[in-house]
Design a protein around this ligand. Structure first.
Ligand code: XUL
Ligand code: CO
Length: 441
């Protein structure tokens, strides 16, 4: 094992809310049973390989700032990929998050040809398998990066050129097989450039049909190799493209229905993407459960004043409590989990900053789980049920069952039916949430 993070103990321990140790968990107690399940099994935390190990802090205005020596220009990409993976597993083991996630090109770069690229990729996948065996870490999901290389400038599956579609298919084929080999729980497709910059050169109908064809190919391949996990689409409204087809959960649901993919494809909801699409995180989770497409979560945060995909680590217990409440209401994760699709700020240049970020994110989510589980049954659900009680009455049932016509309802109102206003009790319910957060312990 490397000791890149030499100021960090062998394992981050749970020390409880009274601890002042910044390298300890205050809320995340993996074995603690909450609402009938261990915290670790509720939360299913994953670390994302790309932000933590494959990004040196560069942004569109400036060069990298972070201490990631394996990302320096090199004539030996193989050695650099090995070094990166050794450090990544040192981090995973010390943190104790049970899962990780990767893009194919995070593990090793693109080389001269697809054959050469794939050979190093496969070698790194095998090495990851050995690290996983040694450390007990598991794979939440794998994915293919079909948006960074210039060939994907006009999209991958939605590209006007079928040869680019073929290239993306080759990459996804390989990445799906690698995910399967590593026992991955899910496979994700984020349509990074599956959208458009201008309608002047875009045939939306064709592009969406191409995307659907691509997904059908993925489903067929999943079946043929016996991959048991879920195939997940990750909604995002825009960025880098002006418009992305997987705009939000509702748009993805409509797309899946239109192209006969319902039941085969679920969603990976990212908090910051929800915000960019004009929704609350909790809304996207509730919409996914309602539509039967819930899969997994990319846990992160945006910034109230910046409309970019900032990928901050989650810090708001209130926002996450409302999201966790919808996750619990929906029955929790099956194969999904909480992946920290989150990156450090460029000024967080100390090696242990990566630990502070993840510890803070895990504690935020754990505390939110405690608050949400306290809200799950009790006053909140009683109040919600009471609000719809009229629909359980014989009168409500007669409407819902189709017994009533527009005319018969008209006649009831003409005969004197007058609704009685009922309070929505929003502030009282918000106080219940605030109290659950205060008392979470
Ligand atoms: C981009 C994003 C990706 C996906 C995987 O906004 O969230 O990292 O999660 O490709
Ligand atoms: Co994401």
């Amino acid at each position: 094992m490397t000791d890149f993070f030499d100021t960090v103990p062998e394992r981050i321990a749970y020390e409880g809310p009274a601890s002042d140790n910044p390298l300890a968990f205050r809320w995340y107690d993996a074995d603690r049973v909450v609402a009938g399940k261990r915290m670790e099994d509720h939360l299913r935390f994953a670390v994302s390989y790309w932000h933590s190990f494959s990004w040196d802090g560069f942004d569109i205005f400036g060069a990298g700032t972070l201490d990631r020596p394996w990302l320096a220009p090199t004539s030996d990409p193989r050695a650099a990929a090995h070094r990166k993976m050794d450090v990544a597993f040192e981090f995973l083991e010390k943190l104790g998050a049970p899962f990780w996630c990767f893009h194919d090109r995070d593990l090793s770069p693109e080389l001269g040809s697809f054959v050469e690229t794939s050979a190093l990729f496969d070698e790194m996948v095998d090495l990851a398998g050995q690290h996983m065996e040694r450390t007990g870490m598991r794979l939440l999901w794998g994915t293919a990066n079909a948006f960074s290389h210039p060939r994907y400038m006009a999209g991958a599956a939605s590209n006007p050129d079928p040869e680019v579609f073929a290239y993306a298919a080759a990459q996804v084929c390989r990445a799906l097989e690698a995910t399967h080999r590593l026992g991955g729980q899910n496979y994700v497709l984020w349509g990074g450039r599956e959208g458009y910059e201008t309608l002047l050169n875009t045939d939306m109908g064709r592009e969406q049909a191409q995307l659907a064809r691509f997904l059908h190919l993925v489903i067929e391949h999943k079946r043929s190799i016996g991959f048991p996990g879920m195939i997940l689409l990750e909604p995002k409204p825009f960025e880098p493209t002006k418009h992305q087809y997987d705009y939000d959960v509702a748009a993805v649901h409509a797309f899946l229905q239109r192209f006969d993919l319902l039941g085969e494809v679920h969603v990976n909801i990212e908090v910051n993407h929800a915000t960019l699409s004009g929704h609350d995180f909790a809304h996207e989770v509730a919409a996914a459960f309602d539509a039967g497409v819930f899969g997994s979560i990319d846990a992160n945060a945006g910034d109230d004043r910046l409309g970019w995909d900032l990928d901050r680590f989650p810090v708001s217990v209130e926002q996450m409590t409302l999201g966790m409440l919808e996750i619990l209401r929906g029955g929790g994760f099956t194969t999904g989990g909480l992946n920290f699709d989150a990156k450090l700020r460029r000024q967080s240049v100390d090696r242990d900053d990566l630990f502070h970020a993840h510890i803070g994110g895990m504690d935020t989510m754990a505390r939110s789980l405690l608050a949400a589980s306290a809200l799950l049954d009790g006053e909140l659900s009683t109040a919600r049920d009471a609000r719809y009680a009229g629909w359980d009455s014989p009168f409500g049932q007669s409407i819902a069952s189709g017994e009533m016509t527009l005319r018969s309802l008209h006649d009831q109102v003409e005969a004197g039916l007058e609704p009685t206003p009922a309070s929505g009790r929003q502030e009282a319910l918000e106080t219940l949430v605030a109290r659950a957060i205060e008392r979470a312990s």
